[in-house]
Design a protein around this ligand. Sequence first.
Ligand code: ADP
Ligand code: MG
Length: 606
Amino acid sequence: MNKNRNTFWDFSRYLNLYKDFIGRKIYIVFTLATIASLSESIGILMLIPIFSEITDSSAAEPISNSSSGFDITYFVDGLFSLLSIDKTIVSTLLLIVLFFTFKGLITFCALAYNSYLRGKLLFNIKTRLFEKFARMQYLYYIEKDAGHFANIMNEQAYRSVDAFRSLVLFVTQAISAFMYFIFALLVSINFGLMSILIGIFLVIIFKRLNNFVRELSRKIATEKSHLLKLIIQSVQGFKYLSATNRMEKTSVFIKDSMQNLSNFQIKAGVAASLTQSVREPLAVLFLAVLMIIHITYIDPNIAPILVSIVFFYRGLNTVVNMQGSWQNSLEFIGSIELISQELIKLQENKHPEGKENFKKINNEILFSNVTFDYKNNENYVLGPVNLKFPVNTTIALIGESGSGKSTIADLVNFTIRPNTGNIFLDNVDSSNILSSSWQKNIGYVSQEAVIFNDTIANNISFYETSDANTSDLIIKAAKNACIHDFIQTLPNGYNTEVGDRGVNLSGGQKQRLFIARELFRNPQILILDEATGALDVESEKAVQNSIDILKGTMTVIVIAHRLSTIRNVDYIYLLKNGKVFEEGNFRDLRDNSNSTLNSLISAQKI
Ligand code: ADP
Ligand code: MG
């Protein structure tokens, strides 16, 4: 990216990024701003008769600025006769008050509408991000980290709205400045021209500072997301990191990042203070010089100059303020870019979807020559494999770690899609099926329990309350997951809060609670991916019991290390390096002295 892009081009690009979220409504603010500054300018113009009254009382002739070619007095007089008011000091002052009041009113509307737009903007950004986030494919999720998404959806969203506020202010100021300069030009063309030249000059001096701030803004955005990532990691891994004294190392990284961040912020702050304090003296300096030049060399008549000065001073101030707003928006504008880029990325990484609504599986899930690899470079970690999962049977996947068992489970629940080959659900090619319609039928228990910070009842029902006898179903699921008795011992029973990620529960209790939630759903397919891997013998027995209770009532896919867990399954696939190495039913394989299962059984002694 070219970092020295021209400012105007940047501006329209940024405005388009925002327009993408709130549409053309943005122009209403600008229209109101134009009306407001027009009203103010006419109010200021009314100063001419007053200044002439004060400075020109000796000279009877009215001011007519020949050099501008536009008769201001004529315009002012015209306005008075249009309103049929006598031109006196009092009526002029009243008109000035009127125009400024009108300006105030319109400014209020513009500001109020602006806040409304900011609220809408934040809402639209967040919902659009979250909708796309919810539909992204798992492969993109594992490529990023949790901090990345949290940062984009929160921090960056707020920053982009801040940048929007400054950007709109910038445009509003640009409109006013333009108006002031036009009027300054109308009142006195010499003054007007000089003021425009000075405006351009100021833009040039502040440009360098702008580039500096923009660079810092990018660095701050990157560093912040890096820091957030580190903090989230250390929060999530707190127990492990402190128990092994690895927190010290983590702290070093975090402190470094905080140091960088604070350095960037200080630099950006100093740059901002510099522009802020340089404004006034510069404006006054230019003003004084211009006045001297004009009175000495061009026209000693002071009244039109005074009014022109008012316009000029307002214009100059506005131009300098514009620099401030531009700088403020640059400080945060990187965020809307990050958000737009993320939206594009999320769109590119959309979970592949079919259209067909799949209701119920009646026959079997069939894998036909399915392969999969994570990087899509034909370095298959799985396959080609041919597998069959008939309904209401219990199938075990066994094999060494890394042999592809979880990959198969993820393919069954459509988290990932085959690279080549097909998965059929009752002869329907899975690529034609709407994932959500299939995933509704899936219960999935992984090795790491997924527990929500809520009551036990809500953890089991997952807020599904449509059924009249929800609580009976919750208890039934808990009984089948062999955790009902434990819940009964708790003082608040099913209404006990489990704490963040279930910290109040033991590993085995968490796992059984997790299983209860999946059973409550009454899924057509239940996938247990090393569900008992982390459990003690007692808890494992409980889970084993649940599997046995379910046998024949639903299709169960069990992935297990301990062969005792799969004693009663109907069929076994033994995987090796992503391929099916051996398959058959438990008894046949066990009794075949040449089978790998047979030797595994002797090793584990079950
Ligand atoms: P299992 O569940 O049998 O232990 P997996 O199905 O999880 O094995 O993994 C199969 C292979 O895929 C392994 O060789 C593993 O290294 C690889 N793998 C798993 N997850 C990823 C990933 N996110 N990116 C790249 N490779 C992966
Ligand atoms: Mg696994």
